[in-house]
Design a protein. Sequence first.
Length: 301
Amino acid sequence: MLKLDHPAYSAEDTFAACISRVRAPALKARLVSATQSIIDASDAYEIAAEAQKLDQIVRDPLVNGTVTTAEMEAVYTDRMAQQNTPGRPIYDGIFAAAKGRCPLCAHRAVTTLDHHLPKTHYPALAVAPLNLVPSCSDCNKAKLARVPHSPEDVSIHPYFDDVDGERWLFAEVLAVAPASIRFRVEPPAVWEALLAERVRRHFRGLNLSALYGSEAAEELPTFDICWPPYMQPGRPTKCAPILKSTRKVASQDDSTAGVGPPMKLGQRATGSATAVSQRSVSEPLRALSQACSCRPTNLRH
Ligand SMILES: [Zn+2]
């Protein structure tokens, strides 16, 4: 969940660009006459998004009473998403703003634009830049055409929600065979209840625990998990486990430093959850390493 700036394109200019090459006179006239409705819908969307009330956006299968949902979907698909169409430069500009990383999962590569409110149900927002979010294909598929039925249902919006300021993602090393990391959401107390619940549902809906866990599992074999001598596996502690390179574990320096032997991966450890950043899987592993201040010079960075 990464914050992005608002796109630098207005709904009016985007819609005008998209329909600029429509040749059928009757369709062109209906689309042009819908311009103010498109502008109004985008303005109402912005106000609702800032108030975390996108669930209250009214669904209407007709735009301006004359343009159908299928026609608006075609405006997006055929005149904005396709290569060499008049709306494509705007599509590309919105796409590029994410700098390659999907802001919804903060991990996978951007491959498409996601309609935050699906165009199937909100045709007036089909080409509204504020409703178009760079996304990876997995997050795009996971969201599908879901319609929010309550404020808590509204997934985190990279243009309007900023959850980067506080820690909300926590990880726990599970000393099982094979070792793994379990991620979970613990919203900070300063968050209002609505934002906290939206983050929980976003995390669950996109199955981010499984994504982060599986990616972390690929990196865990490069570490041995060691414990300070006063910290026993199975006993709750405020200290994090120390993730160390195998080379370090075997060194004389470590044995004289009083760090315990590598934990056997069949052992069960508890009480060692550590706050991490959500930005990447490597970053949580680094955060886990750096979280323990017992022997910072022994840690792998
Ligand atoms: Zn994603």
